[in-house]
Ligand binder design. Structure first.
Ligand code: DAH
Length: 340
């Protein structure tokens, strides 16, 4: 009996407990109702009377050893020392990915900021537009061939004709209907055209429209405003040139080229060796457009312009395929890390 107690004691003292599962095995083995110590106690009745006291005492000590061992391990584990000791504070931190702004957002914000500095506010209009704001008020009569210039996504044909706007010029009309001159506003937004998707055309893209209406606004004001914009956007060496053009809502109208910032106007494949890149359309607001929107064309004059954000982005970041803007390829998007 004494031998049994001694071997059990040393067995308990040499037990290794490393986790909760080990601890439970230990408890069942020694302290459980069917454990080794319980069965030893039930053997006590077979011990000779004169030895009972001594052996009883030894067994109590054994039980105490088992309980203390159990509690000591339990405390250790619950403090989770073993886990805490495993943390290596000298390890370098783990990398985590931060999103970046979309290039179209970056350039759109930059355009807004440039015009904010010279007093233009921002206005917006709906992407689903009626015929009046997208066409009629802008001087496109019903059968005007200019309506064919823009392949339109119609939502409803007929009397309540609704379409996805084909340009942000529709916002000009809304602003003129609601505000009184002086008006100095830019209207960024998404526009839609029914085009086959390719590297050079997409069925949706982004424009920024500009409108300035006051007394005595002249073509010289328009030209100077656009030169200021080009130099802020592409650098102080940037030059612009205006080519006569036609839009139904401006008279006279022009298209504007900026000197190629990629080759410093020396000629490269982006500017097709001309040194110039087309960036926007513009003109003096046609008096009939002013009148249609409730502004007296005998008192006020104004200029307007419209530019494609994808186009400006292409020139700034040398993106040569329009489809990349909407494909959500992380390898493309994460190159544009500047902070707004
Ligand atoms: N709306 C024209 C387009 O989508 C761009 C444009 C040209 C806007 C001349 C204007 C402008 O405001 O004056 O191509």
């Amino acid at each position: 009996m004494k031998e049994k107690i001694k071997t059990l004691t040393s067995e308990i003292q040499s037990e290794k407990i490393e986790n909760i599962a080990d601890l439970e095995v230990f408890r069942i083995k020694y302290l459980g109702t069917k454990g080794a110590i319980k069965s030893l106690f039930s053997d006590l009745k077979n011990v000779a009377n004169e030895e009972k006291k001594e052996i009883g005492q030894m067994m109590n000590e054994l039980r105490l050893t088992a309980e203390n061992t159990y509690n000591a391990f339990k405390n250790n584990l619950s403090e989770d020392k073993s886990a805490a000791e495993k943390i290596d504070f000298s390890r370098p931190g783990e990398d985590f990915t931060i999103g970046s702004h979309h290039p179209i957002s970056l350039v759109r914000s930059e355009i807004i900021e440039i015009f904010n500095r010279i007093g233009f506010n921002v206005s917006e209009g709906p992407e689903i537009e009626d015929d009046w704001h997208n066409f009629s008020a802008l001087n496109f009569p019903p059968e005007h061939p200019a309506r064919d210039m823009q392949d339109t996504f119609f939502i409803e044909k007929g009397e309540n004709e609704m379409a996805l706007r084909t340009h942000t010029s529709s916002v000009q009309v809304r602003v003129m209907e609601n505000d009184k001159p002086p008006i100095r506003t830019i209207s960024p937004g998404r526009v839609y055209r029914n085009e086959a998707i390719s590297a050079r055309a997409h069925c949706f893209f982004h424009q920024v429209e500009g409108l300035y209406i006051d007394k005595n606004v002249s073509f010289a004001d328009l030209k100077q405003t656009l030169l200021y914009f080009a130099q802020e956007m592409f650098g102080e060496k940037a030059q612009i040139r205006l080519r006569p053009s036609y839009f139904p809502f401006t008279e006279p109208s022009a298209e504007v080229d900026v000197s190629c910032s990629i080759c410093n106007a020396k000629g490269c494949n982006v500017c097709k060796y001309t040194g110039w890149l087309e960036i926007l359309g513009c003109g003096m607001v046609d008096p009939s457009v002013l009148d249609a929107s409730g502004i007296d064309s005998k008192v006020y004059s104004g200029f307007a312009f419209g530019m494609g954000v994808e186009r400006i982005t292409q020139l700034k970041y040398k993106v040569n395929d329009l489809r990349m803007y909407s494909e959500n390829d992380i390898r493309f998007l994460k190159q544009f890390t500047s902070v707004l």
